[in-house]
Design a protein around this ligand. Structure first.
Ligand SMILES: [Zn+2]
Length: 163
């Protein structure tokens, strides 16, 4: 796979599996440092670890500030590796791997997660346990999502439903 920086689009080289031509996203060191300084993601991650449910903090641009360990297990990603990515990138939504990118494809206007985050950022009002479907490479994942605004960011809680 071809790894590119989610923020500045720097080519970060090939990643395993090498025979898979799709894109994967990360943050280059420079963007990671700048983003992490701005949002104090490390302290926020420690705070989020108090929650048992998978929680991710997302800023108004739809980028991950921090995730807790439960969310890391759900998405199969190290918590610090998710920092700075768009929601669909770290959750491995298939649409985030299209050339247009997370939030920009023709499928994204129907995305319940994106809509809930935007609603809560814009209005300050929470969304409670709304059914959503995330399409991953292995197939659709059904979940309930809840969003609450905390100052300049939104906390998104995911409850994965048994298939
Ligand atoms: Zn970068």
């Amino acid at each position: 796979m071809q790894a590119i920086c989610s923020y500045c689009e720097l080519d970060m080289g090939e990643r395993e599996p090498f025979d898979d031509p799709r894109l994967t996203h990360g943050m280059c060191q420079e963007c990671f440092d700048a983003f992490d300084d701005q949002w104090s993601g490390e302290q926020l991650g420690e705070y989020l670890d108090r929650f048992e449910a998978p929680v991710v903090a997302v800023n108004a641009d739809g980028r991950v500030i921090a995730i807790n360990h439960a969310m890391g297990s759900l998405a199969d990603v190290a918590p610090r590796a998710a920092v700075g990515l768009r929601g669909g990138e770290f959750l491995e939504c298939v649409n985030a791997r299209l050339p247009e990118g997370c939030g920009q494809t023709v499928h994204c206007s129907a995305c319940t997660i994106r809509e809930a985050l935007a609603h809560t950022i814009d209005t300050g009002k929470p969304v409670e346990r709304r059914p959503a479907v995330l399409t991953r490479q292995a197939g659709p994942v059904e979940m309930l999502i809840s969003t609450t605004r905390q100052g300049e960011y939104v906390q998104l809680v995911i409850e994965e439903l048994e298939g």
